[in-house]
Design a protein around this ligand. Structure first.
Ligand SMILES: C[S@@+](CC[C@H](N)C(=O)[O-])C[C@H]1O[C@@H](n2cnc3c(N)ncnc32)[C@H](O)[C@@H]1O
Length: 272
């Protein structure tokens, strides 16, 4: 074989290789999702952008947040969070949707903050997220619920259209459009059920998600608490006309109690 033949063969082989790579890239770029296409546990439908914006408003997303969208579809929620300066990660089972999301993020100029992984939401570690976004199904929300309730107190969870049954939302927003227009917000409550020792008595708390009932018993009186509520680590309840507020830090609660015009401090230590 002459040198010219040899060079020709090499050039042809390189050209064929380049054409194959280009064809692959073009096919990936041309791939388009179809409304209602099957997903592993739920089909793909995109959240309306107005609701994405509203859900991120409800969760008060800032650049300090790490947002995870479970079942991230075309990436719109992750990209919108990244545009607000947050780090954001989409978990999506469909590799084509992951590819599309990455291209959408790059086109939106947020490829550095908006990331996507091909994974199953039920096998993903959520513990680093400060905000979780969902557009799944009622039964999938319920399957995730125990894991969500075990997240760091104060983690915000927002869901498009589907609730979490008896874990009532802390806020509901209805945009008034036709379908998929309602956002739900939950704030993971600190776990406070038990007996807490105050300087002058015992605070007994029963907890159902963010709602508290119970009683405050001092040496001379025993009174039921009312309007008891957790918002992340923040606790509030009434004893008669005294408004207790405080912050839970592990086994200690510190705060203030306002009665009429006077404000005093209170501290409680966990007994059980
Ligand atoms: C209704 S779409 C919501 C898309 C996006 N979050 C939004 O609001 O526009 C649900 C997405 O979840 C994906 N999905 C379904 N089951 C999943 C699973 N087990 N793990 C990861 N993604 C899943 C589907 O492929 C689909 O893209």
């Amino acid at each position: 074989m002459t040198t010219i033949h040899c060079v020709r063969r090499w050039l042809m082989a390189i050209a064929i290789g380049v054409m194959a790579v280009c064809a692959q890239a073009q096919a990936a770029e041309e791939w388009k999702p179809t409304l209602g296409q099957p997903g592993k546990d739920v089909i793909w439908l995109p959240s309306p952008q107005l609701l994405v914006d509203k859900m991120l408003d409800m969760a008060r997303v800032t650049p300090a947040d790490f947002v995870m969208d479970l079942g991230s579809g075309d990436g719109r929620t992750v990209i919108t969070a990244a545009k607000r300066g947050a780090r954001a990660l989409g978990i999506e089972f469909d590799p084509n949707m992951v590819g599309l999301s990455r291209r959408n993020a790059a086109a939106a100029g947020v490829g550095d903050k908006a990331k996507f992984v091909e994974a199953d939401i039920f096998e993903t570690d959520l513990s680093q997220a400060t905000v979780i976004t969902l557009f799944l199904l009622p039964e999938l929300n319920m399957k995730l619920r125990p894991k969500l309730l075990d997240m760091r107190p104060g983690t915000r969870i927002v869901s498009n259209s589907f609730d979490m049954e008896d874990w009532e939302a802390d806020q509901v927003a209805d945009l008034g459009c036709e379908t998929y227009c309602t956002g739900f917000l939950w704030i993971v409550p600190a776990k406070v059920q038990g007996i807490w020792r105050l300087d002058d008595g015992n605070l007994v708390l029963q907890q159902k998600f963010q709602k508290l009932t119970g009683a405050l018993a001092t040496e001379s009186t025993a009174a039921k608490i009312t309007a008891g509520r957790m918002r992340g680590n923040e606790i509030s309840f009434l004893v008669g006309r005294s408004q207790y507020r405080g912050r839970v830090e592990g086994a200690v609660i510190k705060g203030t109690v306002a009665t009429g015009g006077s404000i005093t401090r209170w501290t409680a230590r966990r007994q059980t």
